[in-house]
Ligand binder design. Structure first.
Ligand code: SF4
Length: 326
């Protein structure tokens, strides 16, 4: 039996460079070695965006275009949308019956998000219970491996606890999913903070070349380097951090050397970073353009992926119901 990998992404914005380098590139690598199920987690997007759902469908379609354009291959990976497989909700309900509320309340991101996402009402049952939906997403396909960064390990541990509880209460039908620890590169946004849609500092996969270059021009640099003749310190400069994720080694070495001696100026340095990003995104832009000319292609991919996912999901629900004697 091949190892099954399970992962999803929330359609709560358009994909940016941080998503590409941190997650999507990894999805693409994994499909060469494993049987992969990748889904667009639109129900999860509701957990924090239930008040304004007007853009979710748009983000779902954009995400699919970006996935396909970046190289996810629907012949190798099962690509689908969570809400088109209602079995996710059925397993969520079954697992919610056995999940103690204190397990959810001690989830570290529960309180953190409530405090940090200002202006949102996160006192809902759906938000508290989203780790149960995550557990259902994984167990529905009996996922063996879940690619996660270190900060997401507590979520996976909760899924593993729910799995053990189900298996010991009823029948051991679910494998305990293992973490596939993924090193997530640091991708700074244009303001120097982590690239994130909530900070409005992103370089998006759907940006044009002109937009990418314009955004790079505004990116913050070593604050102590005010004049062209000042020597800089790349170790504290977000542009250099970006170089380390996107540029060839020769360029990284050059910037690291010439910034310290003021041989290179920030304008030229940023141009080199723009060139690297444009080089990385150009094939994605070309693929996107082709996909946009085939309006039925995305829907065909999703229909086929949903049919494959549902076949597995139905079997699991039948097995779980049998184990629970309902
Ligand atoms: S030359 Fe590059 S690395 Fe050095 S401060 Fe300017 S932008 Fe940053």
């Amino acid at each position: 039996m091949p190892t099954r990998v399970l992962s999803g992404m929330q359609p709560s914005g358009v994909l940016h460079l941080g998503n590409l380098l941190g997650a999507l590139d990894n999805f693409i690598r994994l499909q060469a070695e494993h049987e992969c199920f990748y889904f667009i987690a639109d129900w999860h997007a509701l957990s924090t965006n239930f008040e304004d759902t007007s853009k979710i469908r748009f983000y779902v379609r954009e995400m699919l275009l970006d996935w396909l354009a970046a190289g996810l291959d629907p012949d190798r990976s099962t690509l689908f949308i969570q809400s088109r497989v209602p079995e996710h909700a059925v397993l969520h309900l079954l697992l919610s019956m056995i999940t103690p509320v204190p397990w959810l309340e001690r989830n570290p991101t529960y309180k953190e998000k409530q405090e940090n996402l200002e202006g949102r009402d996160l006192s809902t049952f759906g938000f508290l219970g989203y780790p149960v939906l995550q557990a259902a997403d994984i167990l529905l396909y009996k996922g063996d491996l879940v690619p996660v960064g270190v900060d997401q390990l507590p979520h996976l541990e909760l899924t593993r606890e729910i799995t053990r509880r189900f298996n010991s209460l009823y029948k051991p039908i679910f494998p305990e999913p293992q973490a596939l620890l993924t090193e997530i590169p640091k991708v700074p946004g244009t303001d120097g903070r982590k690239m994130s849609k909530s900070y409005h500092n992103t370089i998006n996969l759907s940006d044009s070349e002109a937009q990418v270059r314009a955004k790079l021009k505004t990116m913050v640099t070593d604050p102590a380097r005010v004049r062209r003749t000042d020597k800089g310190n790349p170790d504290v400069c977000p542009v250099f951090t970006l170089h380390k994720s996107v540029s060839p080694q020769a360029v990284i070495d050059r910037v690291n050397r010439e910034c310290r001696t003021a041989e290179i100026g920030c304008i030229d340095c940023k141009k080199l970073a723009s060139d690297a990003i444009v080089g990385r995104l150009t094939p994605i832009w070309e693929n996107r353009r082709k996909l946009e000319q085939q309006p039925d292609r995305v829907e065909d991919v999703i229909e086929a992926g949903t049919a494959r996912a549902r076949a597995v999901a139905r079997e699991t629900i039948a097995e779980a119901s049998e184990a629970m004697q309902i």
